[in-house]
Design a protein around this ligand. Structure first.
Ligand code: AVI
Length: 328
């Protein structure tokens, strides 16, 4: 096994507080309407709850994407050259990764994730499955400037961004992120990206508000994390989870709705919400057949192939980094 020690790029202040997390929470709760970026869901507890979500019968996304990965090995092998470094953004438990790695014979794998313990555990597990593949885990927030390990600097790159995580960014930020990926991966790179498709709102709401309450626990865990990491005293039991379909913006929104008037403090700052007011915690954009491709084009990537599951619930698109002079 050739697992390298992870590069750690998360900034903490003298008190051990994650300064970016604190800034996002304090800023987000001071604005109207209140909102906190979804990336802060993923502490170790949040990452474990998300893995549970992916197993839920209502959450079709993971199953549909896995089905595509399982059935398109020959296509991937034909369109993706061997010997490149696979850089996975927000790798989590890396469950889908073996399906890709088995197909394309890469020279290295770089899982990149903000949840350090989780990242290292899944990198170690993967090293057991691929003993000859150099694995270089990087603990980092891919929204911030990231440095790839020197060991992969000379290799061509394939970015892997599965799971419809791109949907968690508003299109403006999604295109910025795609351009950032292009700058990080280099001019001759490829990107394999998963996107969830638009479908009837009832199915979407069920996927984001399961009767078992796992998604609710995932959403509410954000408040528990704030209390623990940012010296907060939010009464978590005074909030409930809500999933809403926003048709105009083509997205599921998750909110934490106050069930009564509440006041609390975080890192010495005071906040209040009236009963019924909410904190907007996540957007999950859904793309139509052409919308996803246009998003990629706007982000500096040219789609070259697209696959869906038989029900067309989910799409995986392979794209190439656009040359600098793309337009006529
Ligand atoms: C990680 N991301 C793609 C998930 C999604 O479907 O937007 C996060 C999630 N939120 C609630 N359930 C799953």
């Amino acid at each position: 096994m050739a697992t390298q020690p992870g590069l750690k790029l998360v900034e903490l202040d003298e008190g051990g507080i994650n300064t970016a997390f604190r800034a996002d929470v304090l800023e987000g709760l001071a604005q109207v309407p209140k909102a906190i970026p979804a990336r802060w869901f993923y502490d170790d507890a949040g990452s474990a709850l998300f893995e549970e979500i992916t197993q839920l019968p209502e959450y079709y996304l993971t199953r549909a994407e896995t089905e595509i990965l399982q059935s398109r090995c020959d296509d991937f092998r034909r369109l993706i050259e061997p010997g490149l470094a696979v850089v996975e953004f927000g790798s989590g438990s890396s469950v889908k990764t073996p399906l890709l790695l088995e197909c394309i014979a890469p020279a290295a794998y770089v899982p990149l994730d903000i949840a350090g313990d989780f990242l290292r555990a899944s990198a170690a597990e993967l090293a057991g499955k691929f003993p000859n593949l150099p694995i270089h885990p990087v603990e980092a927030d891919f929204m911030q400037p990231v440095r790839l390990p020197d060991a992969v600097a000379h290799l061509p790159k394939l970015g892997f961004f599965p799971g419809s995580t791109i949907g968690n960014f508003i299109p403006w930020s999604a295109t910025d992120l795609l351009r950032q990926f292009r700058a990080l991966l280099g001019p001759c790179s490829q990107l394999l990206i998963g996107m969830d498709r638009v479908k009837p709102p009832e199915r979407l709401i069920a996927a984001y508000n399961d009767p078992q309450g796992v998604t609710a626990a995932f959403n509410l865990n954000l408040l528990t994390r704030i209390n623990r990491e940012l010296e907060g005293n939010i009464p978590v039991d005074a909030f409930r989870h809500e999933a809403r379909w926003n048709d105009i913006l083509s997205r599921i929104e998750m909110h934490l709705v106050a069930t009564r008037d509440v006041e609390f403090s975080i890192s010495g700052r005071y906040f209040s919400l009236g009963a019924g007011q909410s904190i907007h915690t996540e957007n999950s954009h859904k793309y139509g057949h052409r919308g996803g491709r246009v998003l990629l084009l706007a982000g500096g990537w040219t789609p070259i192939a697209e696959w869906t599951d038989p029900d067309e619930d989910f799409a995986i698109i392979l794209a190439e980094a656009q040359p600098e002079r793309f337009a006529p």
